[in-house]
Design a protein around this ligand. Structure first.
Ligand SMILES: O=C(CO)COP(=O)(O)O
Length: 258
């Protein structure tokens, strides 16, 4: 049984003091019953991670945390980069790999995303591998071929044992930060195809273990319909994740109107 995961990608928002305030608000509002039903993770900027770790460890909170990116390298002369080893040492559980904003603004291609997935796995971090098509591809009906191509590229030389532990996030680029949410059926179409391809690349066990998230303008008003889909195991939430009350409502998706 796959436990749903709601992960908040804060992007380049909130300094470390604001980060502490947000995690405190989330911790105040979420209770054990919520955490029994859903895993909740925050993905703050690098500069916030130490403060978030200190708060979560100190108060033994059940909120998980991780980073938005990592270097493909483990150490050395790579100015400005942050390694998987450093993130693991800070207690991170997750790290995003291949977010569309990295692909778009930093020209990350499938080879680099693959190297980052492998770097995460080397340090026992769970990569949240982001895939998804842009508007032109969607309008041409190429969303499945495009997204499966990204999946295959990112998982080269990743073993079945390693693949079992990863998380995949389907984030159609045209739905990110635009208010344009994919319909639940759109999300299911691609998430279902991703799971079928995981079974083809590996086996049924890998396909049924991997959690597949949807991301793109997720809010409390649309989460229930998305979560009702058979192959959607959670959400990667951007804008709405820096509003504690809204994130808590998203975590309680089963109580939200469909
Ligand atoms: O990119 C996203 C999460 O990684 C989605 O962002 P929004 O929820 O702001 O559309």
């Amino acid at each position: 049984m796959r436990k749903p995961l709601i992960a908040g990608n804060w992007k380049m928002n909130l300094n470390h003091l604001e980060a502490i305030a947000l995690v405190q608000k989330m911790a105040f509002a979420l209770n054990d019953k919520d955490f029994d039903k859903v895993e909740v993770a925050v993905l703050p900027p690098f500069t916030d991670l130490r403060s978030v770790q200190t708060l979560i460890d100190g108060d033994k909170l059940r909120i998980l945390y991780g980073a938005q990116d990592l270097s493909a390298h483990d150490a050395g002369a790579y100015t400005g980069e942050v390694s998987g080893a450093m993130l693991a040492k800070l207690g991170c559980t997750f790290v995003l790999a291949g977010h569309s904003e990295r692909r778009q603004y930093h020209r990350e291609d499938d080879d680099l995303v693959n190297a980052k997935v492998q770097a995460a796995l080397r340090h026992s971090l769970t990569p949240i591998l982001c895939v998804g098509e842009g508007l032109e591809v969607r309008q041409a009906g190429g969303q499945i071929a495009h997204t499966l191509g990204q999946l295959e590229g990112a998982l080269r030389k990743v073993s079945a044992d390693q693949a079992k532990s990863i998380v995949v996030a389907y984030e159609p680029v045209w739905a990110i930060g635009t208010g344009e949410v994919a319909t639940p059926e759109d999300a299911q179409e691609v998430c279902g195809a991703l799971r079928v391809r995981l079974a083809e690349l590996y086996d049924a066990e890998v396909a049924s273990s991997v959690r597949i998230l949807y991301g793109g303008s997720v809010k409390s008003g649309n989460i229930a319909g998305i979560m009702a889909q058979a192959d959607v195991d959670g959400a990667l939430v951007g804008g709405a994740s820096i509003d504690a009350a809204e994130l808590v409502r998203i975590c309680r998706f089963s109580e939200m109107p469909g």
